[in-house]
Write a protein that binds this ligand. Structure first.
Ligand SMILES: C[S@@+](CC[C@H](N)C(=O)[O-])C[C@H]1O[C@@H](n2cnc3c(N)ncnc32)[C@H](O)[C@@H]1O
Length: 380
């Protein structure tokens, strides 16, 4: 698909280039923020699986530069619309669906103090001012100390498993290179969520938030229940910029409340010994749910059974919210483009994508889409 037809078929791809975002994913985070007000009282953030860096750009522009996007921008636009409707001539309503509200003057910027943002990805990521970027695999245990050191460079203790200055928010947009084999893709995605949650447990402060991409496979309810063990509120968000046809969604977990006795551990990630006691905040006096690590290393989660008393029944459905203003573009629709419009190049082409070599091999073999001449040359 050419750049121009992609512009037409994917409004967010085009908007991202026009508004200077490195990826269309930026709109997903902004639309989640519109619904959940993610950045209120937030100054320390970890952005996992961050390349090429559009979520980090959102963090930088909202927290470091103090621009108004997402929830804050939405509230300001509503206020402007209201004043316009009531005839306040000093208000010029800013045009364009999805267009960000650019601050007109420096006085309108509201940067936060002591902002700390650490971004991690397997792939190299072009630097962003004020953001510490690490190239690492979030599923590898060696990444935890790297992250702890990046968060607390002055007081880093190599044997510690938590930070002295914990973070307010962990976000993860991690996705494997999808194979099209749904079960396999969901499984690998599941590994990324577990790794992201394990990192979050080591660095989040009580009351902190965790936002992560999920694939809604058939067992996703188990994940919601597991997240509910450590967060007061767990909701599922589907931003308008995420295609309705995709199984992708985002868990938005608020009010981090680690169960009593829980200690983040590098040796036993996501668990604290053989049995995790119930969290009184979320489960009252119940003896369930709890986590048990079997001798063979498999973790079992005891959620209670259907024939137990109703008060022991902790079946629970995560609320599902569609987010993004109704006037926002529909990610599954095609839009007409003005005739005199030129297609822009992406803001930040991938630095070293894993598929780069495959593309080179395909090019050398004669091209794609049925034009490939025979097998790849051995020399490649
Ligand atoms: C959808 S992209 C993230 C886009 C990013 N949020 C943005 O706004 O630009 C998914 C990213 O997950 C990263 N990723 C996949 N597996 C990973 C792993 N095990 N450790 C770190 N990053 C990983 C990929 O390299 C890729 O950059």
């Amino acid at each position: 698909m050419g750049k121009s037809s992609k512009d037409k078929r994917d409004a967010y791809y085009r908007l991202a280039k026009e508004q200077g975002w490195r990826a269309r994913s930026a709109f997903k985070l902004l639309q989640i923020d519109e619904e959940f007000n993610l950045f209120e009282d937030v100054t320390r953030v970890v952005d996992l699986c961050a390349a090429p860096g559009s979520w980090s750009q959102v963090l930088s522009r909202i927290l470091i530069k103090g621009e108004k996007f997402g929830r804050a921008g939405w509230e300001e636009k509503k206020e402007q619309d209201r004043r316009y409707v009531y005839g306040d001539d000093s208000i010029k309503v800013k045009e364009g669906i999805g267009a960000p509200l650019k601050p007109d003057t420096k006085e309108q910027l509201n940067p936060k103090k002591d902002v700390k943002i650490v971004a991690i990805d397997l792939q190299p990521m072009s630097p962003l001012e004020g953001i510490t970027t690490l190239r690492a695999d979030i599923t590898h245990p060696s990444t935890i100390p790297l992250l702890l050191q990046a968060l607390d460079p002055e007081s880093f203790d190599p044997v510690a498993t938590s930070v002295s200055h914990p973070v307010d928010l962990v976000i993860s947009d991690g996705a494997p290179d999808v194979t099209g084999l749904h079960d396999l893709d969901i499984y690998v995605q599941g590994q990324l969520i577990w790794a992201a949650l394990n990192l979050a447990l080591c660095v989040l402060k009580p009351g902190g938030k965790f936002v992560a991409k999920i694939f809604r496979g058939k067992d996703v309810d188990l994940l919601y229940a597991q997240l509910k063990l450590v967060f007061k509120r767990v909701r599922v968000a589907k931003p308008r910029s995420s295609r309705a046809s995709s199984i992708e969604a985002f868990v938005v977990c608020e009010g981090f409340c680690p169960p009593k006795g829980f200690k983040a551990s590098l040796d036993n990630p996501l668990g604290a010994g053989s049995k995790l006691p119930p969290n009184p905040e979320t489960s009252g006096e119940r003896t369930k749910p709890y986590r048990r690590v079997r001798e063979d290393g498999i973790t079992e989660l005891e959620l209670g059974s259907e024939d137990e008393e109703p008060e022991d029944d902790i079946r629970w459905i995560a609320p599902f919210l569609s987010c993004g203003d109704l006037s926002a573009y529909d990610a599954d629709a095609s839009y007409h483009l003005p005739k005199d419009r030129t297609s822009l190049d992406p803001v930040q082409p991938p630095t070293a994508p894993p598929y780069k070599r495959a593309l080179e091999m395909r090019k050398a073999a004669g091209g794609a889409y049925g034009k490939t001449k025979g097998v790849f040359p051995e020399s490649l």
